[in-house]
Design a protein around this ligand. Structure first.
Ligand SMILES: *[C@@H]1O[C@H](CO)[C@@H](O)[C@H](O)[C@H]1NC(C)=O
Ligand SMILES: *[C@@H]1O[C@H](CO)[C@@H](O)[C@H](O)[C@H]1NC(C)=O
Ligand SMILES: *[C@@H]1O[C@H](CO)[C@@H](O)[C@H](O)[C@H]1NC(C)=O
Ligand SMILES: *[C@@H]1O[C@H](CO)[C@@H](O)[C@H](O)[C@H]1NC(C)=O
Ligand SMILES: *[C@@H]1O[C@H](CO)[C@@H](O)[C@H](O)[C@H]1NC(C)=O
Length: 497
């Protein structure tokens, strides 16, 4: 029994364990059970004195791959213009800055003043650059972005061939000088200047007061080359007189959503949560991604629930906690029963410990609960895929599906001959989806650690046993073959005589 339970609980405390699990899941092409990507395992996309970009890929149960990027910019840094190759949703975790973008086919730049808690999205084909304000609190501008595209889907996550965006300078540099001159109708010097310059880092320090002239020259030429007279910057220059009006238009067109403005959906002394779907936010229209944020105070729990349509991809932004994920279709009967056509990857119920910067993924239909420790709060922000009509289903409380099913049927489903326990389960008053759960995280962690150790032992014993059985089977088969051989030879002998 202990061994059986052990198989149910996997604690990925060790990086290597998580790494192995992650790799296996990748081979299967889809997430099976929950998955965690530790902060330390992110891939470095760009690194300079002014900032860094790290990335990780995660998959949902259907095998769709999402690329997460973590952009950190020092105050006063500039993230140079890139063209998006994927649809993107951005969440501003800290700092203040300005995001300037041109939608595909657009002929105008628009800009957003962004601050902590803001969410906005951009379509593939858009060009954008980001400034981190040098003033204000001198806090670093930190942005979490999620990218989706078919190109990302067929990539090997450790050595991706397609990035989520490309530098604008790469769009031009690849061409022959003559092609650029003729194609864009610019002078040789312009082409020369663009092509001979050393490729800059993705994020650089930028002081607009000192470098204004040079900088605007550089961007203008690129935009001029790309769009000619239709360059958005040219238009912008012409329109600068009407700047006030433009700004207002931009604002109404692309209001950012902010997690810290307005009321949370759920709030009590154990924490709060807030969800945002593409219906809530003009910005996310046309995007399949929604967002949520959960802040659990000490010793609290986000009660057991699952998503019927969405996969949750969450990033821990503060503290640490425990996430329990249950497999919706585990065969309790035997450990070989877990193959759900995923190339032999077993869906395992799991208990993960996660810390600031870690990413955890919970596929749809997988019931989960998140718990904070007694000594600190646990805050995570996340992206949910396919947010259209997804309504998280809670197991407890008066709106639980179990209530709807009714106690008799639930008792049968749980194999309870006696409905008393089920009655108590369903009549228990649980006012909210966020509730107190003192020492729950600690106990779960301890238990999972213990089971992990025992489980490891159990695994070895089982393997040894299997090996023994296999040897015995082979031995028997060998004997049988010899027996048959002898019989055949005797038969031949007899026939000859
Ligand atoms: C910071 O600088 C930007 C642009 O230089 C300006 O728009 C903004 O008002 C400034 N903010 C503060 C708090 O000084
Ligand atoms: C701006 O570009 C022109 C040529 O197009 C060049 O002569 C000039 O030096 C540039 N300015 C700066 C500050 O680099
Ligand atoms: C989480 O909630 C607590 C209590 O309401 C608050 O003090 C803390 O600042 C919140 N943390 C975040 C990151 O929102
Ligand atoms: C909080 O408690 C957990 C579990 O007991 C422990 O692992 C963790 O280190 C503690 N965190 C802090 C900040 O003390
Ligand atoms: C059902 O179980 C409860 C306790 O779990 C017990 O008190 C009760 O007598 C049982 N009823 C029947 C009919 O067995």
């Amino acid at each position: 029994m202990a061994v059986a339970t052990a198989r149910w609980l996997v604690l990925s405390l060790l990086v290597s364990a998580a790494a192995a699990a992650h790799d296996t899941k990748w081979k299967a092409g889809a997430a099976v059970g929950g998955q965690v990507v530790e902060k330390e395992r992110r891939r470095v996309v760009a690194e300079s004195e002014a900032g860094t970009v790290t990335a990780t890929d995660v998959a949902d149960a259907a095998g769709t791959v999402y690329r997460l990027q973590f952009i950190t910019m020092d105050p006063g840094a500039l993230f140079l213009p890139v063209q998006l190759h994927a649809d993107a949703v951005f969440y501003v975790h800290s700092g203040r800055g300005k995001v300037t973008y041109i939608q595909e086919g657009g002929s105008e730049t628009s800009s957003l003043e962004v601050q902590r808690g803001d969410v906005y999205n951009l379509e593939q084909g858009s060009i954008l650059y980001i400034q981190s304000y040098p003033n204000a609190t001198r806090e670093r501008l930190r942005i979490y972005a999620i990218f989706t595209s078919n190109a990302i889907n067929c990539d090997d996550p450790s050595h991706p061939t397609s990035e989520a965006y490309s530098s604008v300078s790469n769009l031009l540099r690849g061409f022959d000088v003559k092609i650029l001159r003729q194609g864009f109708g610019v002078s040789g010097e312009v082409v020369e200047a663009i092509q001979s310059a050393k490729s800059p880092q993705l994020i650089i320090m930028y002081n607009p007061d000192q470098e204004k002239k040079e900088k605007s020259n550089w961007t203008e030429e690129i935009f001029d080359a790309l769009w000619g007279d239709e360059s958005p910057l040219n238009k912008k220059k012409k329109k600068d007189k009407h700047k006030k009006k433009d700004k207002k238009d931009d604002k109404s067109k692309s209001e950012t959503f902010n997690f810290y403005s307005g009321k949370p959906d759920v709030k009590n002394c154990f924490g709060w949560s807030k969800t945002m779907t593409n219906k809530d936010l003009q910005n996310l229209k046309g995007s399949n991604i929604g967002m949520f944020m959960v802040n659990l105070t000490t010793g609290s729990m986000m009660g057991p629930h699952w998503n019927p349509k969405a996969t949750e991809i969450a990033i821990v932004t503060h503290g640490s906690g425990i996430v329990q994920v249950v497999c919706p279709s585990t065969d309790e009967g035997g450990r070989r029963g877990g193959d759900h056509g995923q190339g032999g990857v077993e869906c395992k119920n799991s208990v993960f410990r996660v810390k600031e910067g870690d990413v955890f993924v919970v596929p749809r239909f997988h019931p989960m609960a998140q718990l904070s420790f007694n000594n600190g709060s646990f805050v995570f922000v996340g992206f949910s895929t396919h947010m259209g009509e997804n309504n998280p289903q809670f197991l407890a409380g008066e709106h639980s599906v179990l209530q709807v099913i009714g106690k008799e049927i639930v008792a049968l489903a749980l194999g309870q001959k006696n409905t008393t326990a089920v009655e108590q389960l369903l009549s228990a008053k649980s006012g909210s989806t966020i509730m107190a759960c003192i020492s729950c995280a600690e106990e779960l962690e301890r238990k999972a650690e213990k089971e992990e150790q025992e489980g490891g032992k159990g695994e070895r014993e089982r393997e040894e046993e299997e090996e023994r059985e296999r040897k015995q089977r082979e031995e028997e088969e060998r004997k049988k073959r010899e027996e048959e051989e002898r019989a055949r030879r005797e038969e031949e002998e007899r026939a000859r005589r």
